[in-house]
Design a protein around this ligand. Structure first.
Ligand code: ZN
Length: 192
């Protein structure tokens, strides 16, 4: 039979856990929302820039109510590091709309690979990142671009799936091992 002291201790522990759970969820939610690179229009020069929100600061301020946003980095820094960070209003009004990964996921979602015609479906950014085909037919990966360039890149490139990009990279690096097929008549070049 628990003593009154043990009962009080048990209730206090449960309440503490409940508060920790609620605060922890808000904290984690804010961190997940505000990490990753975003693109916004700089209010000062009206050009697209890439910025990073201080996700840790947003997360730590989230349990008190509304997460407080401040920039951690911008492509115009350090020259403009003392700016008023007015671009944060764009992130506040649409946290997902200016997130680079979300913009790219939206762009690929309803498209098919320009080479093998397979629809993209869900994108696996960590291990099967899709790529692009330039107007000259060359395949190019996202690592070749800076985040602030994406708005100019998307209209002039076609989407290419990870499989086709890997096959093309292999063909380029090891032409002696590849059997070519004319484009559009079958799957990507196969390894002999
Ligand atoms: Zn493909």
């Amino acid at each position: 039979m628990p003593t009154p002291f043990q009962l009080v201790l048990g209730v206090a522990a449960l309440v503490g856990l409940g508060v920790l759970f609620v605060y922890g969820r808000r904290l984690l939610g804010a961190w997940l929302t505000y990490r990753d690179t975003r693109v916004v229009v700089c209010p000062e020069n009206r050009k697209v820039v890439a910025v990073a929100v201080d996700a840790a600061h947003a997360a730590l301020s989230a349990p008190q109510g509304h997460p407080e946003l401040r920039l951690e980095d911008c492509t115009r820094w350090p020259e403009k590091a003392g700016c008023g960070q007015e671009c944060l209003s764009q992130i506040e009004s649409s946290p997902e709309g200016c997130r680079v990964r979300s913009i790219l996921a939206d762009w690929y979602r309803d498209k098919s690979c320009a080479f093998c015609q397979r629809p993209f479906g869900e994108i696996h950014w960590h291990d099967r990142k899709p790529a692009l085909m330039a107007s000259d037919g060359k395949f190019v990966e996202w690592a070749a671009f800076r985040p602030e360039q994406i708005m100019g890149i998307l209209p002039v490139h076609k989407p290419v799936c990870w499989d086709c990009f890997q096959a093309e990279s292999f063909r380029r690096d090891h032409p002696e091992l590849v059997t070519e097929r004319p484009q559009g008549t079958g799957p990507p070049p196969s390894m002999a």
